[in-house]
Design a binder for this molecule. Sequence first.
Ligand SMILES: Cc1cc2nc3c(=O)[nH]c(=O)nc-3n(C[C@H](O)[C@H](O)[C@H](O)COP(=O)(O)OP(=O)(O)OC[C@H]3O[C@@H](n4cnc5c(N)ncnc54)[C@H](O)[C@@H]3O)c2cc1C
Length: 435
Amino acid sequence: MENENQQENKTKRFWVQCISDEILEKLSLKNRYKFLNLNLMTVLEPDYIDFLKQAEKFYMNLEKKHGITHREDFYQWIPEIGEAGLVTRVNKFDVIGLNYEPYGMVAELIRTISTDFFDPQLAMGMGATVLAVNPLLLHHDNVDVRLNALKEMVTGKKIGCICITEPERGSDAVHMLTTCEEQPDGSFIINGEKIYQTNGSKADWAVVYAVSEKNNGNTMGQFLVDTSWEGWKAERVNIYWTPRMHVGKETFTNLRVPKEYVLAYPGQGREHLFEGLNLERLGIVILNISEAWNALSYAFIYANMRKQFNQEILKYQGVGFPLADLWAQTMNLTLATIKICELVDSKMEKFKGILPKDVNLALGANASQLKSQSAKLTERVCYECANLMGGAGACDNTLMQDLLGISRIQEMGGGTRQIQQLLMSYALRRIFKML
Ligand SMILES: Cc1cc2nc3c(=O)[nH]c(=O)nc-3n(C[C@H](O)[C@H](O)[C@H](O)COP(=O)(O)OP(=O)(O)OC[C@H]3O[C@@H](n4cnc5c(N)ncnc54)[C@H](O)[C@@H]3O)c2cc1C
């Protein structure tokens, strides 16, 4: 039988209160944002700090307005977040009548970090919509249906996903088994299976990759798919580490894609896949450092307030020193990420929103370096911050449990740790050959 306290706490985030009122109050979103701002104000330009504060204000109001406990289905908040222009900032989106400022990868970092502090699983889910937005931005070719899909996703009215991974082709994504067959009217028929798509079972729009000849990456095409079409079936994959985020397994049975929805004809798809990978990895890097800052914000407040043996635990070297190390590592990786984001932004500005091939190629090693290190960092920082908080880090009173779960999958998605290492070792070989 539930007691009164447990019944009342159902409307709160937690089941049973374990952390004192005083500390719990101090762990508010507002105070955690303050910690973040004090750290970032020295390394970001004032315009970006203004945007950060604007996004934070939006999320604090959203939390208050709906009495959000972070147990809810977060997908319901996305239309409101889209109206506030916070689904993506990778572009100005003037092509669909928007005029976001600031925009670019630094702005995207700020958007992601403010979203992550509010709700880490929401931040990751929205990130997958951005993965579907990016190829459409590059390949809309002014076709109405594509521009419409782009606008619906950017403004949060619809959810997106990208379908690359297959049950039998994970790391070896290029040798796909899902087929696309051109029809006399120019449409394509897609057959096959995909798996582990973030948002897959929730998505309205999907960007699907398929080959006209099985196992031949040179015959890859890229298609925009409306998930309400006949022939699309999505089942939800259960991942306990991210219980509120939808991950899908999709089956395509004679799924017909009309001509206007073909983003890349067989032969061009592989290039489209690779052109998007760096930005996808950079997006994951941003997510990783956001999670690390989020965990640090909790542990920093908690360790400054929690007393044992009559002293705040931060004052013990066993707590204060490792926390200081995690803080330094997170800041260092943040600085490196900002540098790469600035570089991408300056190139995008110069080349009118499209990264030149040589820059994209050169960026590959940096994207792998940052992706592999930031995934390792977030797993360590989130675990260690929870550990330094003792039981308070393990129970459901804060978002630490979300951070612990989500940080454990970051080495897998967007190319596993081993694949990043493989790519980096190839790069080392290429550089050696230049000597
Ligand atoms: C939460 C989550 C979200 C995801 N979101 C998406 C998404 O939105 N869209 C999408 O298309 N996919 C998505 N993925 C899939 C993800 O990209 C794949 O899981 C990943 O590429 C690995 O594929 P796999 O799971 O089949 O593992 P496998 O490729 O079978 O790998 C198994 C193990 O073998 C190792 N390995 C494989 N090949 C080599 C090699 N050559 N050298 C050394 N080690 C190797 C891997 O590193 C791994 O440790 C997601 C996955 C997860 C877990």
